[in-house]
Design a protein around this ligand. Structure first.
Ligand code: LMR
Length: 393
């Protein structure tokens, strides 16, 4: 039986990790997978996370199962962080296996509720969104998003395309820090998106994987809060991988906001059922770290301070890279790097130019020219800037 399996194409982002490891050149630069690295190239365990783990180690006396939905403390604390307050009369939530697990189960939930669901997804989007939908057989259509000329958002195109989504369809939106482009909507534009969805009855599925990496913890949640406040039904898949730096703990949440307590209860039951079918109880350690931090004022303050350091480091690198490129190119055509937010920017280079950066300069980025800003430091920014110009980008 097993010999009937077909070879799987490797994930293009994860493949880069192996390629980079195998490269023996001195001074190679990894701008591939979306993992934060400090200027020393280390992905640190955050200070508040270490302290929370210590407290858990000291106080935990059992590792018996929790609930199928995960611990209420965790879900309430995270819902509060995302939504500003917990709308208990509308909110169903389950702890998930990372943000990816939440996306997967949001799609399963949508299909249970509407077998004819079509998902509208930005062009481009995180490649795994498409891969999961293809694997599940969930139909999707792409909506215009990235404007290759300005490296900003093609908002007129986006509006025209998402307006085609029908009642009961999903529109997958990146709540902040769009992956892979780094180009984001303004709050005024989010208002327009809300109005379009209000009119059609299509439901937003918000992927919120980088809260705190863009303009700030509150600012990055503003679009999600706006949609949650205006629309009767909203799905949110949030991840703690990046903002708590607990990537391998697989810590996320799926939230469903309904328009009645009855819809909330049905969603809660269906989401817990999906947990049971997929893996039974959700992972607990990362969730416990997050709830330990978010329910303690001191740890919350420590964590927020470090998250701000991370965010400001990335902003500083953006400013430096844009300025180096301004000097080298004698133009402002790379200023978009400074305006983008989050971990990524799409350069708008051709696959050949991206390949040239790898072969000539040992600089690794995703083939669509997405670069991870956090893979840089103040010493490597000038190296990248030079290589970008040399590659003819
Ligand atoms: C990325 O886009 O690089 C991250 O979300 C990591 C991943 O799983 O692809």
């Amino acid at each position: 039986m097993l010999s009937n399996l077909k070879p799987q194409a490797p994930d293009k982002i994860l493949m880069l990790i192996e390629e980079f490891k195998a490269d023996t050149r001195q001074g190679k630069i990894d701008l591939g997978v979306g993992v934060y690295k400090n200027p020393e190239g280390v992905t640190p365990v955050m200070r508040a996370v270490k302290e929370a783990e210590k407290r858990i180690w000291d106080s935990q006396i059992s590792k018996a199962y929790t609930g199928l939905a995960g611990e209420a403390d965790y879900r309430n604390a995270l819902a509060g962080m995302v939504l500003g307050s917990v709308p208990a009369d509308r909110l169903a939530s389950v702890a998930s296996v990372g943000g990816t697990g939440a996306i997967r189960q949001a799609l399963e939930l949508a299909r249970m509720a509407n077998p004819d669901v079509t998902v509208y997804v930005s062009d481009p989007t995180w490649p795994n969104h498409l891969s999961i939908m293809k694997f599940m057989g969930v139909p999707y259509v792409e909506y215009r998003y990235f404007d290759g000329a300005t490296r900003g958002v093609d908002f007129e195109g986006m509006k025209a395309d998402i307006a085609k989504a029908k009642k009961g369809d999903l529109v997958l939106l990146h709540g902040c820090c769009h992956n892979p482009t780094g180009a984001n909507l303004t709050l005024a534009q989010w208002e327009e998106v809300a109005a379009i969805l209000e009119k059609s009855g299509a439901i937003p599925l918000i992927d919120l994987a980088y809260q705190g990496f863009g303009d700030g913890l509150e600012e990055d949640a503003a679009a999600t809060r706006l949609l949650a406040g205006r629309l009767p039904e909203v799905l949110i898949a949030a991840s703690c991988s990046k903002n708590f730096g607990i990537y391998r703990e697989r810590t996320g949440i799926l939230m469903a906001l309904g328009d009645s307590t009855a819809a909330r209860d049905l969603s809660q039951g269906a989401m817990a059922f999906l947990n049971r079918q997929n893996f039974s109880f959700p992972p607990d350690h990362g969730a416990r770290i997050v709830s330990t931090i978010l329910t303690d004022a001191g740890l919350t303050a420590e964590w927020k301070a470090e998250l701000e350091e991370v965010r400001n480091t990335m902003l500083g690198l953006r400013t430096q890279l844009a300025s180096e490129l301004r000097d080298l190119s004698g133009s402002d055509r790379f200023d978009f790097i400074q305006h983008h937010r989050g971990m990524f920017s799409r350069l708008g280079a051709t696959p050949e130019q991206v390949a040239k950066l790898k072969s000539d300069a040992a600089i690794y980025m995703v083939g669509d020219s997405r670069l991870n800003i956090a893979g840089l430091n103040s010493d490597t920014v000038p190296v990248l800037a030079r290589a970008i110009i040399d590659a003819g980008i």
